[in-house]
Design a protein around this ligand. Structure first.
Ligand code: NJP
Length: 280
């Protein structure tokens, strides 16, 4: 079983890669930090693919590169992410574009690239590391929260789109996790007052990446759609989930067209029929 984990050079992605490897999976780890990736890949007996996931060309060729070298991807873990730590006007346009790309556009494009093969092989699972910030707004995290809300709703929509197939989905929605990213937010004057208040209310206890990874691998095995932290924010999670469940209930029995085999995005799209030609 091939598992590709993005953002595996440290933090949650590294813990996920280690946990999947413990289960006997072949790991393909992706990020920009080459030494860290190579070290992890060596340790896990896996492979490292260095890629900047804010670079569209590198994103477009990632799945074809991985599948040509190691065979079909059975589990795609879209985990790489970038935070924003300041007010919108204090954040550069370049930084905003990188965050939107890495957190939202890239997982969508990688999903598109991988599902054709999964469908052909009759198995597959898609994992998305979203966030508690995907269900509520946080000052200083506006762009980040926007991308995570988009990612959550994208993943939930894909679950419906793939409901007649063997491809499952799991969304990880954590609050604070003890990694570099949380450290960066904690040390940021912009979020200081907000975090102090939430901590005083004991709403956002920290977890560690290993615990989250253990729960995620268990969720993938049983095709559970969510891994959430912390449990005390359950009401927020459920209020956010309600409209999706209502739509799902209202559309029970509706058959969606299963995904057709998609050619890799960097190759000429020979199968796509031009709508104008069809109409003519
Ligand atoms: O963060 P960190 P986490 N191209 O900074 C990679 C979400 N989350 O583990 O390229 C390729 O330690 C980066 O690799 P490198 C969060 O939004 C977290 O906490 O070598 N890769 C590294 O491996 C994110 O989606 C918390 O720098 C790129 C990884 O991403 C996921 O958890 C709370 C890249 C980031 O590792 C993992 O974050 C929450 C690029 N352009 C959601 N840019 C939390 N920690 O509290 C970054 O709600 N990466």
């Amino acid at each position: 079983m091939n598992v590709l984990v993005t953002g595996a050079s440290r933090g949650i992605g590294e813990a996920l890669a280690r946990r999947f490897a413990d289960e006997g999976a072949n790991l393909i780890v992706v990020a920009r930090s080459e030494p860290e990736l190579n070290k992890l890949a060596d340790e896990l007996g896996g492979a490292a693919l260095v890629a900047d996931l804010a670079d569209t060309e590198q994103v477009d060729t990632l799945i074809p590169r991985a599948e040509a070298a190691f065979g079909g991807i059975d589990i795609l873990v879209n985990n790489a992410g970038l935070e924003t730590t300041a007010g919108l006007t204090e954040t550069s346009v370049e930084a905003i574009r990188s965050v939107v790309r890495v957190n939202l556009e890239t997982p969508i494009v990688l999903t598109r690239a991988v599902i054709g093969g999964m469908h052909k092989r009759g198995r597959g699972h898609l994992v998305y590391t979203s966030s508690l910030a995907g269900i509520a707004g946080f000052p200083g995290l506006a762009t980040y929260a926007g991308t995570k809300a988009g990612l959550t709703n994208f993943a939930a929509s894909m679950r419906l789109e793939l409901n007649q197939t063997e491809i499952g989905t799991t969304i990880i929605a954590p609050g604070p996790v003890d990694t570099r990213m949380w450290g960066a937010l904690e040390n940021e004057p912009y979020s200081d007052a907000l975090l102090k208040r939430l901590n005083t209310l004991r709403l956002i206890p920290k977890t560690n990446p290993e615990r989250l990874a253990k729960r995620t691998v268990a969720a993938v095995k049983s095709n559970r759609r969510h891994v959430r932290h912390p449990a005390r924010m359950s009401a927020n999670f459920w209020l956010n989930e309600a409209p999706r469940r209502i739509t799902e209930l209202a559309t029970v029995g509706v058959r969606y067209r299963p995904p057709i085999h998609l050619p890799h995005p960097h190759l000429p799209d020979l199968h796509r029929r031009d709508k104008t030609t069809d109409a003519g």
